[in-house]
Design a protein around this ligand. Structure first.
Ligand SMILES: Cc1cc2nc3c(=O)[nH]c(=O)nc-3n(C[C@H](O)[C@H](O)[C@H](O)COP(=O)(O)O)c2cc1C
Length: 206
C-alpha cells in the first residue's frame, strides 16, 4: 500500500481551482494508493511559540527540554512523522500575493527541522523525507516562464522547489492552473488542459 499525503492549502473547498485539479489526480490513483488528506485551513495547526523555538534549538544542540517545551515539541514531532512517513505527496497551492498562502508557510515552519526533516554535511543539506511530489499551483493570472526566464513575480514555484528539495521530495512535478479568474469557461479550460498530465502523474504513483 502506497501512502499519499495530500496537503490542501486552499480554504475554498470544491470551488478551489487547485483542488479541482487535485481531484483529477486522486480519481486516477490506483486502488492500492491510500490518500491521507491534510486540509491546512481546517487542521488547527499549532502556533510557533517561545517554547517551540526553544525546543527546536535545544533539540538541534542535544540539550534537555523543559516539561512544557517537551509537551509542545511532541505536537510538532507528530506532524513531522505524518509528513516524513508518506510515500508520495500532492499539494494544492493557491497563489496569494505572488507567493503561497500563510497556512502552508506555517506548516512548512512546523515540519522543517534539522535532524527531523533534513540533515547537513560537508556536501550540504540532505532530505529525510522521500518520494515524488506533485505541486499544483492555482493562479488568477498567468505567471508562465517567458523567453526561457522565470516570471519575476512568481515566488510560489521557486520557493516550493527550494523547500521540497531541502526535505528530500523527488521528483517534483509542477502543474500550472492559471487565469482561474477569467470566468467559468476559462477555468474549466485551464483545468482540462492539465488532465492528461495529472492522470499520468497519478498513475506513476503505483
Ligand atoms: C488572498 C488572495 C491573494 C491573491 N493573490 C493573487 C496574486 O498575487 N496573483 C494572482 O494571479 N492571483 C491571486 N489571487 C487569485 C488566486 O490565485 C486564484 O483565485 C486562485 O484560483 C486561488 O486558488 P484556489 O482557486 O485553488 O483557491 C489571490 C487570491 C486571494 C484570495
Amino acid at each position: 500500500m502506497t501512502n499519499l499525503l495530500y496537503i490542501n492549502a486552499s480554504p475554498r473547498g470544491d470551488l478551489s481551482a487547485a483542488n479541482q485539479a487535485a481531484s483529477i489526480f486522486t480519481d486516477a490513483l490506483a486502488d492500492s494508493v491510500q490518500v491521507n488528506r491534510l486540509n491546512l485551513f481546517e487542521a488547527k495547526l499549532p502556533e510557533i511559540t517561545l517554547e517551540v523555538t526553544a525546543a527546536k534549538m535545544k533539540f538541534a544542540m542535544g540539550l534537555e527540554l523543559s516539561e512544557e517545551e517537551a509537551r509542545q515539541w511532541t505536537v510538532i514531532t507528530n506532524l513531522v512523522s505524518q509528513f516524513v512517513e508518506a510515500d508520495g505527496y500532492l499539494f494544492s497551492i493557491p497563489m496569494w500575493n505572488f507567493s503561497i498562502p500563510y497556512k502552508l508557510k506555517q506548516y512548512i515552519d512546523l515540519v522543517t527541522h534539522p535532524g527531523l526533516t533534513f540533515t547537513s554535511d560537508e556536501n550540504g543539506p540532505k532530505g529525510i523525507a522521500s518520494g515524488p511530489a506533485t505541486l499544483i499551483y492555482a493562479r488568477g493570472g498567468d505567471y508562465s516562464p517567458k523567453d526561457g526566464r522565470p516570471d519575476p513575480f512568481d515566488f510560489q514555484s521557486p520557493y516550493m522547489n527550494a523547500w521540497t528539495r531541502l526535505v528530500g521530495l523527488e521528483p517534483i512535478s509542477e502543474v500550472l492552473v492559471q487565469k482561474t479568474m477569467a470566468g467559468p469557461d476559462a477555468l474549466s479550460k485551464t483545468i482540462e488542459a492539465q488532465k492528461n498530465h495529472l492522470t499520468a502523474l497519478a498513475r506513476g504513483m503505483g
